[in-house]
Ligand binder design. Structure first.
Ligand SMILES: O=C(O)[C@H]1O[C@H](OP(=O)(O)OP(=O)(O)OC[C@H]2O[C@@H](n3ccc(=O)[nH]c3=O)[C@H](O)[C@@H]2O)[C@H](O)[C@@H](O)[C@@H]1O
Length: 451
């Protein structure tokens, strides 16, 4: 759940701090001006008190986020040389003409995998993540540890923090942004609608605002979603199909992101590429997703709900393995043209793209459960029910012709292979030794979950 920090308080605190610095320098004033100085100080303190405690915050927040944010402000803006060195070290490319990529959501599932892939090929990577608690933050911390072993530093902060984003642009020459930070999850949007607006709309706009004024402007690749197809009945889904019937608020915010991207491309010349991910799964995945919590529940002997459509048909997804998605993200970055604006003004037409990144082979959820049962050698307690009206769509199926044409995107991992890798990672990560079949045991497993 994204809770942007209370920027109003911190900005006021900053003003206060800089005021105090000025005040200190006035110590050299001669005695006659001291009286005037004291009176001014008194008035200033009264004003600061008033602004700090009486103004309503721009957005509500948890004390946790406020704490981490103010910690950042002290270390980064208050002469955080060590912090800047960490940022620079992480962001410096190690190959000729390498990129410097800001990866938002770097402690997330797709973000952590992409960060590692970029770093491994010699690009500089600087991460950003607010480590919110939408799902177990300890998993995000574990991903952070993995990234730091590969010299990737994640700045702890929120997309809505404009000064923080600007500071990052000041410290390192960001050439690309891979924007993956978002409030994910289709069904959770009914419980916490505001978090979708804060991250997927307000946060995205904030990132674009900072990007448009950066010199040079970065090229931006960002995560849209297969859910934008909503109630689309064409099969498979093509980028040309209609996307004006979202079935969930989540989908609506991702669709809004696509329209907002159009606007920033049109007015400011930002190069923008939206990637419609189709139900991404794999090692280090998201615990809120069905394949992940089905695994957990099957191992714990807990009943799982398997959805059917209202007319009793199987629900199906074009489940896409993480390594294929990473290749798609890197391909999109590699073919992203430069933004054309400067000084906050467009100088010519800029690239604007949307691509499906799916597996092109939908699998019914019942089949997913059977594969997991086999891998875990445990029978699932299935509760087959009609899909609740919670934003889910009956099926997804990607046509990836465009992504193949433009950057050679070609998914190669079928669901059984991908889930086997996921289960291997899962049992290792959680220290479980279930009755795995011999071929599925975790011997020779790599720490990043790859086989
Ligand atoms: O493709 C996408 O863009 C989206 O993919 C997933 O959304 P979803 O496909 O709904 O993935 P899951 O929540 O893992 O659900 C997978 C399937 O299992 C079904 N399901 C889910 C939960 C459950 O208890 N039972 C069940 O049968 C769902 O109806 C769905 O067909 C991600 O959660 C979204 O963040 C992402 O944007």
């Amino acid at each position: 759940m994204a809770s942007p920090p209370d920027t109003s308080k911190t900005i006021k605190l900053e003003r206060y701090n800089s005021y105090i610095r000025k005040v200190n320098s006035t110590k050299l004033l001669n005695a006659s001006s001291k009286l005037l100085f004291r009176a001014t100080l008194l008035i200033a303190l009264v004003l600061v008190f008033f602004f700090t405690f009486n103004y309503p915050p721009l957005s509500d927040t948890t004390s946790h986020h406020f704490h981490t944010h103010s910690h950042f402000l002290t270390s980064a803006f208050g002469g955080g040389g060590a912090w800047e060195r960490q940022v620079r070290h992480s962001a410096t490319p190690r190959r000729p003409n390498g990129f410097t990529v800001l990866v938002t959501g770097a402690a997330g599932f797709v973000g952590s995998h992409c960060s590692l892939a970029l770093k491994k090929r010699g690009d500089g990577v600087i991460g950003l993540d607010n480590f919110n608690n939408y799902y177990d933050p300890s998993l995000k911390r574990a991903r952070q540890d993995l990234l730091s072993q590969h010299q990737i530093f994640i700045v702890e902060g929120d997309l809505n923090d404009g000064p923080l984003l600007s500071k990052l642009f000041d410290v390192v020459p960001i050439t690309h942004i891979l924007h993956l930070a978002a409030q994910a999850g289709v069904r959770y949007a009914m419980q916490n609608p505001q978090s979708y607006i804060k991250s997927n709309i307000a946060g995205f706009v904030n990132l674009l605002e900072v990007s448009k004024t950066a010199n040079p402007q970065p090229s931006i690749v960002w995560a849209s979603s297969s859910s934008v197809y909503g109630l689309n009945t064409e099969n498979p889904f093509s980028e040309l199909d209609r996307t004006d019937q979202p079935a969930s608020l989540y989908a609506a915010t991702k669709k809004a992101g696509e329209e907002i991207a159009h606007t920033y491309n049109h007015i400011y010349g930002l190069s923008l590429t939206g990637l419609r991910f189709f139900t991404v799964y794999g090692p280090w995945g998201r615990p809120d997703m069905a394949y992940f919590f089905f695994t957990k529940d099957i191992l714990h002997g807990k009943t799982i709900d398997v959805y059917q459509t209202q007319d009793g048909k199987e629900v199906a997804r074009d489940f896409t393995y993480i390594d294929d998605i990473v290749k798609g993200c890197v391909g999109a970055l590699d073919t992203a043209e430069k933004s054309t604006g400067s000084g906050g003004k467009k100088k010519g037409p800029a690239q604007l793209r949307i691509y499906n990144l799916g597996n092109t082979s939908p699998v019914p959820v019942g089949k997913l459960v059977t594969i997991l049962e086999n891998l875990l050698t445990t029978k699932a307690k299935k509760h087959v029910i009609k899909m609740p009206r919670n934003g889910d769509v009956p099926y997804t199926h990607a046509n990836v012709t465009l992504a193949y044409r433009d950057f050679g995107y070609k998914p190669v991992t079928d669901l059984s292979t991908g889930l086997r890798k996921f289960v291997k990672w899962y049992v290792r990560y959680y220290g479980i030794q279930p009755r795995l079949k011999k071929e599925n045991r975790i011997d020779n497993e790599q720490p990043d979950g790859s086989a």
